[in-house]
Structures are given as C-alpha cells and as structure tokens.
Design a protein around this ligand. Structure first.
Ligand SMILES: Cc1ncc(COP(=O)(O)O)c(C=O)c1O
Length: 320
C-alpha cells in the first residue's frame, strides 16, 4: 500500500494519472533501496508493475544500513524524474536502521517519495532507549509495520501508514454502488488491497490497550536487553557475535559455514530454543531474533547453555 501510494504520487507529480492510464507509456519510475532490503520490496515492485529492473540497489554500511552518501550520489546521478526510495528500520539480520532523517531529507530535496519498511524496527520508536535509531521517521511519506512481529499480535496483522491520507486512498480506494458508505470518507477497504477481511483492528486495539504506551516500550526494551544478554553469554562462551546488537537481533558465528549450519540444526533439534540460519556478508550465521513477549532472562540463560553445549559437542575448529 505504501509503494502503491508512492507510485501514485511520483507519477502524478510527472503529470501521469497511473490509476486511470496504467503504466504503459508512463514516465519511468526509479526505485532506490538498500542492497539489504527485505525481499518483499522486490515482490511489491513486481506486483505494482514497476518491475525489479526499476530497482537500483544502494550500497550499505558495515551493519547493513543504507549508506547515505551512496544514496546521495545515486540520486544525483539519476537526475530528475519520478523517484521512490525504500528505506529500512530494522535490518532482518543485524537490526540496523537507516539514517532516516538524512535519507528522507535527501529524497525530498530530490522531489521523491520516502517509504520506510519498519516491519519490526518501527517499534524502536516506542522506547526512549531506542527511539534515536529511527530518528527522522516522522519525515517519511509512508511506513510499513507489522503487529505480528514485535507487538506479539496474531499473524497477518500489518499496518500501512501514509503521511498523505488522500494519496493513500487515491492509490487503493474502491467503490461499488451496493456497498454501504461507498464514495464517502475513506474506510478500511479504501486503504488496503483487501475488501473483505477479519476485524484485525480489534486485536490491535486490545493489544495496545492491554500494554499501554509504557507496556509497548517495556516490551521493546526487554527484548533488546535479552538480545544483549544472548550476545554477552555467547561471546563469553567463546563464540563470535558478528553484529552490533542495537535492537533485538543477534548474529552468531560458530567457525566455518558448515560448522555453523550444524550448530543451527542441532539447536533446532534440541528444542530448548529456536534460532534460524542466515547468510550475511557471505557467511553462514545463526540468527537470533528476540521478539516473544514471554521470553525471560532464565530462558536466555538456558538457551545460551544449550547452544554452548551443542556447539562444543560438534567437532571442528572454532575460528574466532
Ligand atoms: C524487514 C521486513 N520487511 C518485510 C517483512 C515481511 O513482512 P510480512 O511477513 O508481514 O509480509 C519482514 C518479515 O517477514 C521483515 O522482517
């Protein structure tokens, strides 16, 4: 929905009504996104008919956040024209957040639309301890965020926020004579691609009402503290924590790729905790993502002990 709104606006700025005329003959839309964007960006571009050839990957810094200087250079080289920039709050591997203030400023000076994928990282804004990571978020044009990740709501609860509700509705709205309220103020069905859906908003309301502002902040802070506890425990046990643990993500290496994969498989079979494997910067790593509201310090300590026991039981060299 965020990228559909973006597509609407950048083409409207170029004098093209995409909802009416479609994309054939439209001015080319350039889409810039960090090289470590989530794959859903690519899928959205396919579904929106912009195509993945429209995508210009921008290099990222050491923790996977977009390099603002590289973004500035890419926009300068691209010159004027319809431009969408997809930023990220919360790299799936490292938890790193793009410098949203600087990036949004660059995009707006270029006349483009700044979209933020904050599937889980947007929640950093809820706590004074992590809010700085998403400084400038409010200057973006659209955000995507999930309730089913860090807010611990049931699956398929997601949000699209658009700074311009008129643009959001222009891109997504739908009307039919038989529908109650059709043609009036934008309602739910005018803001998402689904016309019929469950009352997901109820679970969101209930979750937020139960937690309150402080409860959401505490949830975020607790998960971040537990991620640091994981990182500290695993480094103390002799394993390599590869990322700066700024949010709830921890990347751990157990030697070479094959050994790390064996440790990940052993941990999954053991069942004390669950952690997946990932490839980051060419290396196989264990990816620990702390987002469950019920996880405790004792859970982390038991998990660290189990991971250490399993890793030490697997032959091969620990390359540290
Ligand atoms: C950064 C990021 N963007 C997008 C997504 C996709 O979100 P969803 O699972 O709600 O489609 C995810 C997680 O899957 C994610 O972590």
């Amino acid at each position: 929905a965020g990228l559909a709104a973006a597509r609407h606006q950048v083409l409207a700025d170029a004098g093209w009504d995409v909802e009416r005329r479609g994309l054939p003959g439209a001015p080319a839309v350039r889409v810039f996104a960090g090289a470590e964007r989530h794959a859903t960006i690519d899928r959205s571009l396919r579904l929106l008919g912009l195509g993945t050839d429209a995508l210009h990957p921008v290099s990222t810094g050491p923790q996977g956040a977009i390099d603002p200087d590289a973004l500035a250079a890419a926009l300068r080289d691209a010159g004027p024209g319809p431009t969408i920039v997809c930023l990220q709050a919360g790299n799936v591997n490292t938890g790193a957040c793009d410098d949203l203030r600087r990036a949004c400023d660059l995009v707006h000076r270029h006349g483009g639309w700044a979209h933020v994928d904050g599937a889980f990282g947007l929640w950093a804004a809820a706590s004074p301890a992590t809010r700085h990571l998403v400084d400038g978020l409010e200057t973006a044009d659209s955000w995507a965020c999930d309730g089913h990740k860090w807010l611990n709501l049931p699956y398929d609860t997601a949000f699209a926020f658009c700074a311009r509700p008129d643009v959001h509705a222009a891109a997504m709205s739908y009307a039919a004579a038989y529908l109650v309220g059709s043609g009036g103020a934008p309602a739910g069905a005018d803001l998402t691609a689904e016309s019929s859906r469950r009352a997901r908003g109820f679970a969101v309301w209930a979750g937020l009402r139960e937690l309150g502002r402080d409860g959401v902040a505490a949830l975020v802070e607790r998960c971040c503290a537990l991620a640091r506890r994981f990182a500290d425990g695993l480094s103390a046990a002799g394993f390599e924590v590869v990322n700066d643990v700024v949010l709830n993500q921890v990347l751990v290496g157990f030697g070479d790729d094959a050994r790390t994969d064996r440790v990940v498989a052993a941990v999954q079979t053991d069942g004390t905790c669950w952690a997946g494997g990932t490839t980051w910067r060419g290396r196989r790593l264990m990816r620990i993502s702390v987002s469950n509201a019920t996880t405790t310090e004792a859970d982390v300590d038991r998990s660290v002990a189990a991971i250490a026991r399993l890793a030490h039981g697997i032959g091969g060299e620990l390359v540290h």
